[in-house]
Design a protein around this ligand. Sequence first.
Ligand code: UDX
Ligand code: UDX
Length: 472
Amino acid sequence: MKPSERLNVTVVGTGYVGLTTALALAYLGHRLQCVDKNPEIVEKLDRGISTIYEQGLEELLTDTRNQISFNGSLPECLDQNTDVLIIAVGTPSKENGDTDLCYVEEVAREIGRNLLPEKPLVVVNKSTVPVGTARRVDTVIREELERRQVEGKFSVTSNPEFLREGSALHDTLYPDRIVVGSEEVWSVNILRQMYAPILSQDFTPPRAVPRPESMGLPALVTTTPTSAELLKYTANAFLAAKISFINEIAGLAEKVGADIKEVARGVGLDHRIGSAFLNAGAGWGGSCFPKDTRSLLHTARQYGYEMPLTSAAVEVNRRQRMKIIEKLQESLKVIRGSTIGILGLSFKPNTDDIRESPAIEVMGELLELGARVKAYDPVAMDKYRNTYPEQDINYAASVEETAQNSDALVLLTDWEQFIHAPWKDIAPTMRHPIFIDGRNLLQPESMRQWGYQYLGIGRPTGSGFINSLNIT
Ligand code: UDX
Ligand code: UDX
């Protein structure tokens, strides 16, 4: 990157979104300063230790050491001629489904208190925030400037992220599109400059995050802040609904004796539908889909507008968790006193994030029903233990240890490691080799051959004669 193209970027909030964004921008050549209110996070990042589990992050922490600092304060950063300030602080759900914007507003207030009058600043809302938040941030900054009786030049833009945990750096460096919602051309141009290497894909990929072979150039979608805000929620609600839809069909597949994997494959080959996000299972979790569908429904309620499709997607997802319990009840009959082994605590593979993971509800319900619960996850056990100390769980050191003397195993996260476990040898070590595959990860035929009573989601139980569709 030529020095003239280099921007000074400040990122506030170094969670999954903020840290990934900051490291990607530093890697592309910008100068980054990060601010986080949590001193433990700052201290670790400062020492080059990643605070989250994400492919390629530690390598980028090392590679970008001279381009990025983590121990900044917001007033200092604004003092040092920041061009772009990215807000990536948490936006948790309130009880009523509304989004809690207190952290975002706190950052806006601090910007207003410290903005240099002579230096234009692009303020980027990167956190997922309800419609109207760009305007709210603008108002809060303006209020503070008025209090100081100074004029400042700034532009609040909505620039939502679409990164998936587990492939966060990949999605940031090789996105389908970059969305910039702004009322002003100058701020769009600054963001165009900030994202130029991504838009033109003319950077050398980091070793740990190679560029996909068939990649086209990402589109730059410029629109109003309001449309950008709604666009983000629409994307997440649509994906959540797509998963819920296939889960709903999976329930019917169980009744009629069809195999949802074959149905989904045949359906997904229609390019209008697409094969992604058609995996039936224990349902969606994470920091986005649950929170964002709740927030969208809350916004709709504020306008007296019903959204039956989004509501149904949420309801189907809730039901999906309980399906796991029903399957255990059907196969075990009595849950009280049984030992159930849970495989997978993170809400999806390749991350240690447990937010709204199916394991929380499933294990909570099993404990309520009087089961003994053992659990294993390749990376998320410490996080789970610290977050839910009240759940009386026996944490195991391996898949084998989880299975030993268990009455049933339940797989809730599709970690690749689980595909390669020595299932044949494990079956005889269980008290009852009942296997509920909540992600349809394993081969039913092989599992049954090795003696398991194997139950997937939306798949034939193996008792009847089923013709395979054999779609090629
Ligand atoms: C968060 C939002 O939850 C999500 O909706 C949004 O799209 C992006 O930001 P995530 O990065 O996963 O997602 O959040 P989290 O991992 O909780 O990180 C937030 C970070 O902000 C934490 O490191 C926290 O310490 C920091 N923070 C929070 C601040 O620095 N200041 C604050 O006032 C609040
Ligand atoms: C999501 C969006 O994909 C991303 O664009 C957005 O910015 C943040 O939210 P993330 O929550 O990290 O990303 O994970 P994602 O891969 O979308 O999976 C979400 C949940 O859906 C996981 O619990 C996953 O297990 C589940 N899922 C996904 C299914 O149950 N079936 C599928 O076919 C795909």
